[in-house]
Design a protein around this ligand. Structure first.
Ligand SMILES: NC(=O)c1ccc[n+]([C@@H]2O[C@H](COP(=O)([O-])OP(=O)(O)OC[C@H]3O[C@@H](n4cnc5c(N)ncnc54)[C@H](O)[C@@H]3O)[C@@H](O)[C@H]2O)c1
Length: 266
């Protein structure tokens, strides 16, 4: 059969275009956040990787820059309002604006899996402080910049634990359910400003930190029940986060997209 030369529509490609976009990725210093940082940069975005692990964030940015892409890394504790405001200013100073915020940082892999009665109150409070207050502060810091131009994308990272009711990190699961509520209500608060707020719920994912903090047996049990019977890797999440960061998802807001290989059919 003769091959037909067709022109690929520029408009079709632009729907998924991240080139030149200014993107903040919290928790971008390691784990899945590091993969988001690298992949967004490879797609042409200008990336600020923010992490409480400042050395990790700077190393990720240095690797991206060494490959010829654009990134900066900085130490940010997302539970600290002043640090988060400085993060937003740094993105504007470096890239001129903020187009996308990926709220990926959280306390997860550092938390022991244990019976809920054994969770110290201080640990419960710190999880809420980082996973919920931190997300609120990050949204609050970028909103003025996005409002001014009447456009912006906020992608919040929740967890499939919310659909499954996974036990043994009760504070963590509870905080990730809070992320879904925040996403829905904030989508309504920001809709008039052309800002989309969505969330994804990853299934158990073999990030470097998750692997280090989990037994192989535990991770194997997480695969069972998936329609797609294999382990989930950080790469499996990238497409969903990118989709929610581009024009392709302009009429989607307040939604939570489950990315778990078809375990919870939400
Ligand atoms: N790996 C999984 O199985 C899985 C499943 C569902 C959801 N998630 C979510 O995906 C995201 C990434 O997961 P991960 O596996 O890379 O886990 P992780 O624990 O390694 O990632 C957390 C990142 O956030 C950073 N961080 C922690 N506290 C911070 C703070 N106060 N300020 C700034 N940065 C801080 C950490 O240094 C780390 O880089 C998290 O939101 C996690 O809850 C992960």
């Amino acid at each position: 059969m003769a091959s037909q030369a067709r022109t690929i529509s520029r408009a079709a490609l632009e729907r998924f275009d991240l080139r030149g976009k200014s993107v903040i990725i919290t928790g971008g210093g390691k784990g899945i956040g590091k993969v988001y940082a690298r992949e967004f940069a490879h797609a042409g975005a200008r990336v600020l990787a923010a992490d409480i692990d400042g050395a990790g964030a700077e190393a990720v940015a240095a690797e991206i820059v060494a490959e010829g892409y654009e990134a900066i890394g900085m130490r940010v504790d997302i539970s600290d309002a002043a640090a988060v405001e400085a993060m937003a200013r740094a993105a504007v100073d470096a890239f001129g604006t903020i187009d996308v915020l990926v709220n990926n940082a959280s306390l997860m892999s550092v938390l022991p899996r244990r019976d809920w009665m054994e969770i110290p109150v201080e640990e419960w409070d710190r999880v809420m402080e980082v996973n919920l207050r931190g997300m609120f502060l990050c949204c609050r810091a970028v909103a003025p910049v996005m409002k001014e131009k009447g456009a912006g994308k906020i992608v919040n990272i929740s967890s499939s634990r919310v659909w499954e009711g996974t036990p043994l990190r009760l504070h963590y699961t509870t905080s990730k359910a809070g992320v879904v509520g925040l996403t829905r209500a904030l989508a309504r608060e920001l809709g008039d400003h052309g800002i989309n707020v969505n969330a994804i719920t990853p299934g158990a994912t073999l990030s470097e930190t998750q692997v280090a903090s989990s037994s192989g047996n535990y991770l194997a049990t997480r695969v069972s029940g998936r329609a797609l019977q294999r382990a989930q890797t950080p790469d499996d999440l990238v497409g969903a986060v990118m989709f929610l960061s581009t024009a392709a998802s302009d009429f989607i807001t307040g939604q939570t997209l489950n990315v778990d290989g078809g375990k919870a059919m939400h």
